[in-house]
Design a protein around this ligand. Structure first.
Ligand SMILES: [Zn+2]
Length: 179
């Protein structure tokens, strides 16, 4: 009986060994993939949690990253193909990962759009949205833990008058700063 059970135990162990939190395309930067994998490994306990990484998305001008949630433990993040600066890319990746961690921890959801138990208020300016502030806090914290030097200065994105990124927003509902 014990012998019979062994293959099943091995199968289970093997499944755990090969389970991965991240799916990324072959053209993704190895350093970026390694960074994301490390963070998911350190911060996500849910073995079935999955993140799909889309590193070079043709996003609308001024949008640097987008996070979408498909199920409670499955997300997609897209990073704009137009970001040339390496530190800027890393910061946007960490910001989107902040949204993903908030989703996996149950603080943020897309269906329905909720932040810490309350309906998300998209009439707020981008930089006043508590889930965006929290994602920046994640980005700064993760930067200090995983990357050398300091996070980029806050004015890194100030030359753009659009929201820095989008979460759970459709194009028609973007609120521009000039409005
Ligand atoms: Zn965001």
């Amino acid at each position: 009986m014990k012998l019979l059970a062994l293959p099943f135990i091995l199968l289970f162990l093997n499944f755990n060994l090969i389970s991965q939190h991240l799916m990324s395309p072959p053209n993704a930067s190895r350093k970026e993939v390694k960074l994301i994998k490390s963070i998911l490994k350190d911060y996500v306990n849910d073995e079935e949690a999955l993140l799909i990484y889309n590193p070079y998305a043709p996003l609308y001008f001024g949008i640097y990253g987008i996070t979408y949630q498909y199920t409670p433990n499955m997300c997609l993040i897209s990073i704009s193909a137009s970001i040339a600066d390496r530190d800027k890319r890393y910061y946007v990746i960490l910001h989107e990962l902040g949204h993903v961690l908030d989703i996996f921890y149950g603080d943020l959801s897309e269906y329905p759009p909720m932040w810490k138990g309350k309906r998300m208020d998209h009439t707020l300016d981008w930089n006043e949205r508590p889930w965006e502030i929290h994602a920046d806090e994640w980005a700064n914290r993760l930067w200090k833990k995983y990357l050398p030097g300091d996070p980029p200065p806050n004015d890194l994105f100030d030359n753009v008058s659009f929201p820095h990124d989008c979460i759970f927003q459709r194009w028609g509902s973007i609120k521009f700063k000039s409005e």
